[in-house]
Design a protein. Structure first.
Length: 299
């Protein structure tokens, strides 16, 4: 392999890894809800879209600093998570998991319809004061927004991994996800931990909306990133925080490699379906994902 070919490969891997970390940031929202409620939040992409639009709207106010926009977006999304759990999801407590899943699908449709009415249909920018000059890492270059997204994702993963493994509340959330009735019998306030899980998903969505909005712009199509991230969650395992990180890296690198090596021969588009092909292959071998916990139910 020539030096030029090696440099091209390293560049693809580096770019794919950074995008993969940004995928894993959104995938973390899926995992947080699933670990606490045992249900999949199919509105995660819409949460990210909503957060990005809120940040963009605040930044259009003359003189509004970025930190104010981020803090306000975090506050709104945390409040939205608490309110959603209290009004929509708490009445479903104890019902079959499919009821919660269908509620999130309906919520996704509502958010896709309401946000253009509230914020307009045009694409909005989320300007960040980080410049556009690529960062030279020695082995390749990386855009500032990708570097920021990668660092943010790593910080959140370390924090949430510690939370679920070492903190009392994190362990209680895992107990709630494992069996709601038993958790209640042990004195755990299930409703409180459900609300906390959705608030955490709001935090992840707020940061993901700001970063993805800065890279792509924000409009109703940003919600599609939720479907884009779904192979990441399935690949790593729905109940694994570390799995979301590894799954994001794998999907990001695979996307980058197929786009770099196959697109020139087929005219493009391979990175859009390659993650789903990989997801199907992994499901055939490991139905619970690479790091997912295998569940055996007696009937």
């Amino acid at each position: 392999m020539s030096a030029e070919d090696l440099g091209f490969l390293v560049s693809l891997v580096l770019n794919g890894a950074s995008i993969g970390l940004m995928y894993s940031l959104i995938a973390l929202g899926f995992v947080l809800v699933y670990k606490a409620t045992d249900a999949i939040n199919f509105a995660q992409g819409e949460f990210v879209m909503m957060a990005g639009l809120i940040a963009a709207a605040i930044l259009t106010i003359e003189g509004a600093p970025l930190i104010a926009a981020v803090v306000a977006t975090l506050a709104v999304m945390i409040g939205f998570g608490f309110g959603l759990e209290r009004v929509v999801l708490r009445p479903l407590l104890g019902r079959p998991v499919v009821a919660v899943i269908m509620a999130t699908i309906g919520l996704a449709a509502v958010l896709r319809g309401l946000t253009p009415v509230m914020f307009g249909g045009e694409t909005r920018a989320v300007p960040l004061p980080i410049g556009d000059e690529p960062i030279d890492l020695g082995i390749g270059t990386l855009s500032p927004v990708q570097a920021l997204g990668s660092v943010t994702a790593l910080i959140l993963f370390v924090g949430f991994s510690w939370y679920f493994k070492k903190s009392r509340r994190g362990i209680a959330m895992r107990a709630v996800a494992d069996n709601q009735q038993v958790a209640q019998a042990m004195g755990i306030n299930v409703e409180r931990y459900f609300a906390l899980a959705w608030a955490m998903a709001g935090i992840v969505s707020a940061l993901g909306g700001v970063i993805w909005g800065a890279m792509l712009g924000v409009d109703v199509h940003l919600a599609l990133v939720g479907l884009k991230v779904f192979p990441v969650v399935i690949l790593g395992g729905l109940d694994s925080v570390g799995g979301a990180l590894i799954g994001g890296l794998i999907i990001g690198i695979v996307e980058s490699l197929v786009a770099g090596y196959l697109d020139p021969y087929v005219g493009g588009g391979t990175k859009d379906f390659a993650p789903y092909v990989l997801m199907i292959i992994v499901l055939m071998i490991k139905p619970y994902g690479i790091f997912g916990k295998r569940r055996i139910e007696r009937v």
